[in-house]
Design a protein around this ligand. Structure first.
Ligand SMILES: O=c1ccn([C@@H]2O[C@H](COP(=O)(O)O)[C@@H](O)[C@H]2O)c(=O)[nH]1
Length: 309
């Protein structure tokens, strides 16, 4: 099961964090952009080439420290098909380096369309008699608000291909409570209801450490809900965004973990990507600065939760 692989890599590296690859041109050192623009022009192709080079430098610096990366599709789609190709090439590069790849697409639609998303991001497509891998990530973030028929097509692909999904349960953004905290007729909140569905969907994908292949996204910015959901959802592995740039810290994310230090992976994107700018490091040292921030984040979180078994 895919999250078994992730759990094992987290334990090996003693690092329950994921580096978010949400690249913007503003975050990229000028020497990388100038080289890409000189070769491809100041256009989508040049931008996409600069992003790929930036990402590769980060992946090289992080792959022995951080178990996983989370490219957010939006930052690649914004540069058209050239950006989408960079998403593909980034996933391939991170996978080659042994990193677990969580594609952050937050996909959601009716069943047949979800089958297409699942094939694109977690599976394969048949082109005549050739089986092709479109993107090749290990897990995909999805939105479960269309209900079970939007999620079930993913489960069979996860089972067949050894992949996982993370379902939005309690998101990190300030207005997430407008809908997600609503109390339903049975007195349960909407987020708790979505969490309970994750436990149910996960029964089809059991894992050897007790966590299923259906995870939940729960924001670092809501530590009380993290605590509540950790105890309510013993088989659901959490992806926890909101650390760093959104204000979450190690104490906030600690309730996401179980007594073995398992059960969650904490994401940071901007605080890692922009570390060189924050640290006023020379631009050639951008990847070194990202690694230093990743180590600082790891040590801060492991300092709170202890050794990961
Ligand atoms: O509830 C959610 C779900 C997803 N995200 C994504 O995580 C990163 C956070 O980036 P930072 O720079 O570390 O704030 C980004 O890709 C979001 O789309 C989230 O923040 N909250």
């Amino acid at each position: 099961m895919a999250f078994d692989r992730l759990i094992e890599r987290i334990a090996t590296l003693q690092n329950p964090t994921v580096a978010g690859l949400d690249p913007k041109l503003d975050y990229i050192p000028s020497y990388i952009k100038e080289e890409a623009f000189a070769k491809y022009g100041k256009n989508l192709e040049g931008a996409a080439a600069a992003i790929l080079e930036f990402n590769k430098g980060l992946i090289d610096a992080l792959c022995e420290i951080v178990p996983a990366v989370k490219p957010q599709c939006a930052y690649y789609e914004m540069y058209g098909w050239q950006g989408v190709k960079t998403l593909h090439d980034t996933i391939a590069y991170a996978s080659e380096k042994g990193m677990f790849v969580i594609t952050d697409g937050k996909r959601n639609d009716i069943g047949t369309t979800m089958e297409a998303y699942a094939a694109a991001h977690l599976g394969t497509v048949l082109v005549e008699d050739e089986l092709c891998v479109p993107f090749g990530g290990d897990a995909l973030t999805v939105n479960g608000y269309l209900g079970s028929d939007g999620i079930k097509p993913l489960l069979s692909i996860c089972k067949a291909e050894d992949k996982g999904i993370f379902v939005l349960v309690k998101t990190s953004n300030p207005s997430s409570g407008e809908l997600q905290n609503r109390v339903l007729d049975d007195q349960k909140t909407l987020y708790a209801t979505m969490g309970a569905l994750c436990e149910q969907w996960g029964e089809e994908l059991p894992g050897k450490y007790g966590y299923s292949g259906v995870g939940a996204v729960v924001g670092a910015t809501y530590p009380e809900q993290l605590r509540e959901l950790r105890s309510a959802l013993p088989h659901t592995f959490f992806l926890v965004p909101g650390y760093g740039a959104q204000g979450g810290g190690a104490k906030d994310v600690a309730p996401a973990f179980d007594a073995n230090g398992r059960g969650a992976i904490v994401n940071a994107s901007r605080s890692i990507l922009c570390a060189w700018q924050k640290q006023h490091a020379p631009e050639h040292d951008y990847a070194k600065a990202a690694a230093a921030e990743a180590v600082r984040m790891r040590d801060e979180i492991v300092g709170e939760i202890g050794t990961i078994k």
